[in-house]
Unconditional design. Structure first.
Length: 215
């Protein structure tokens, strides 16, 4: 792992509070005749993250307040009227909301993240694992599985490129704040582009955002 990436990951782990919003766009290889012969199907999600470290009683298994919310866009959004998904870790426990199931409790934040990872195009996984340990083992952590990491260029944004088992990853880092601005994960049958449009580090957060009963 390069010194730049290590510094970025340390930035997230040292934060006491964090919020963001952004967009994921995904191109997926279409299969069969369902999509009228199109080679690519464009879809994605709009997301928002809120996080406060050590905000729960010390006896709590997970001491951090965390919320990841996303709504599907593009083709997937056309399949249902209700497109609001979220996971939330708060004083009452861990909850997730999926359109089909409504609001339901989850046994742990790691389980809730795993349950929503595919639906969020791994957005919930990336966000949670950047800010917190124990979401996934070190060996399986996405950023520990990057190989052949190189700095493509370094200016206002630092462009890092790396390999994963089945594709390439491009990371764009704000060179001053050392946070991710953009990430592109390109695999043989899909390409996911994450863009963080609004990121606040150690800012004031209204704790009501973590109240699952608001939804």
């Amino acid at each position: 792992m390069s010194a730049v990436l290590q510094s970025v990951l340390k930035t997230y782990r040292d934060l006491q509070s964090y919020s963001d919003s952004g967009i994921v766009t995904v191109e997926v290889e279409s299969i069969g005749k369902k999509f009228g012969g199109e080679k690519k199907l464009l879809t994605g999600t709009v997301f928002a993250t809120n996080f406060m470290r050590n905000a729960l009683p010390s006896a709590a298994a997970e001491r951090h307040l965390f919320r990841y919310q996303f709504t599907s866009t593009g083709h997937f959004a056309e399949l249902r009227e209700d497109n609001l998904y979220f996971i939330c870790n708060n004083h009452e426990g861990v909850f997730k909301r999926l359109p089909e199931e409504g609001l339901t409790p989850s046994s742990s934040l790691a389980v809730a993240v795993a349950d929503t990872a595919a639906l969020s195009f791994a957005g919930s996984y990336y966000s949670a694992s950047l800010l917190m340990t124990d979401i996934v083992s070190d060996k399986q952590w996405f950023f520990n599985r990057l190989t052949d990491l190189e700095v493509v260029n370094s200016d206002e944004q630092i462009h890092l490129r790396a390999k994963i088992k089945d594709g390439l990853v491009d990371l764009f880092v704000d060179s001053e704040r050392l946070t991710f601005v953009e990430m592109i994960v390109a695999r043989p049958t899909s390409t996911a582009k994450f863009v963080w449009q609004d990121t606040v580090l150690d800012g004031e957060i209204n704790t009501r955002i973590f109240d699952q009963y608001r939804f």
